[in-house]
Design a protein around this ligand. Structure first.
Ligand code: SF4
Ligand code: SF4
Length: 283
């Protein structure tokens, strides 16, 4: 079972919730795998303190056109959905920054004029974290725009034991990397805050989850700071609010020092276990 912990908006406390859930379940004897899929700015290591023991580069295959073989038929440009290979008169140009490394252009080229060469775009790292939690993260190289291949490989890097839970900390937003993080999950836990920005981005995240046909639950973080429009939205959409974390100075200060909710308030351990039981029931 995989739970993707996501939020339409950055800064909602998504990683704190994901890390606290992992630690609470570990204490109860359910050792989950933790995947930090926020590959542009991974920060779950600050809460779970892993010791990285393995490292693996992530590469995509970028096409290179052999001008001696190319007949400028344009089939490669036609098949590329990302406009990463284009015809400019009698020249076939590749734009590596737009290329997703899908290989379609090389497959359709009738002249076998396209050779693919690997380009490293990021890295995966893994090792045991606090309480022995198997931890892995992806990191996109600076300046690389293609987060999706890194997340895709991260999801398959640690083989779960039969029935082992995976918790995936998704990137913020609702773009392709978030969709890739959610894809294949059994449940999406959306962390939001009761503000107009929180509501706006929650709506978008819910749309994505609905399109993927994955069940959703909501955690309202910093409860009490805004208004009740997030509550009203969840009610109108039939979205279960599974947990509320109040806006509290002690929590904010603890998180700023790298503590999770269960470090700051140990009684939250039980609340996170109950949260997991609700998720299991909603699946
Ligand atoms: S590998 Fe895919 S994305 Fe890249 S240029 Fe070829 S068709 Fe386009
Ligand atoms: S499909 Fe092959 S031959 Fe045709 S334009 Fe592209 S690289 Fe050249």
């Amino acid at each position: 079972m995989r739970i993707a912990v996501a939020s339409g908006k950055g800064g909602t406390g998504k990683t704190t919730i994901a890390a606290s859930l992992a630690l609470s379940l570990t204490e109860a004897g359910t050792l989950p795998i933790f995947l930090d899929g926020d590959v542009e700015a991974p920060n779950a290591h600050l809460f779970l303190n892993p010791t990285f023991e393995k490292r693996q580069e992530v590469a995509i295959q970028i096409p290179q056109v052999d001008d001696d073989k190319c007949t400028y038929c344009g089939k490669c440009a036609e098949v590329c959905q990302y406009h990463a290979i284009v015809m400019m008169g009698r020249k076939t140009l590749v734009f590596p920054q737009l290329c997703h490394g899908c290989g379609s252009c090389a497959r359709v080229c009738p002249e076998h004029a396209i050779r693919e060469t690997p380009q490293v775009i990021g890295v995966l790292e893994r090792g045991p974290a606090r309480s022995g939690i198997p931890f892995a993260r992806g990191m996109l190289n600076i300046g690389e725009p293609m987060a999706v291949p890194v997340i895709r490989q991260l999801k398959h890097w640690i083989e779960p034991r039969a029935g082992q839970l995976e918790i995936l900390d998704a990137p913020p937003g609702t773009s392709c990397p978030v969709v890739e993080s959610m894809r294949g999950a059994d449940f999406i836990l959306l962390v939001t805050e009761p503000t107009p920005f929180g509501l706006h981005d929650l709506r978008l995240a819910v749309q994505v989850a609905h399109e993927l046909k994955i069940p959703i639950g909501v955690v309202i973080n910093r409860d009490g700071i805004g208004d009740d429009r997030v509550d009203a939205f969840c009610q109108s959409e039939g979205l279960p609010i599974l947990m509320r974390v109040p806006f509290e100075r002690a929590i904010a200060e603890g998180i700023a020092r790298g503590k999770t909710l269960v470090d700051i308030h140990p009684e939250y351990t039980d609340r996170f276990r109950q949260l997991f039981m609700q998720i299991a029931a909603l699946q």
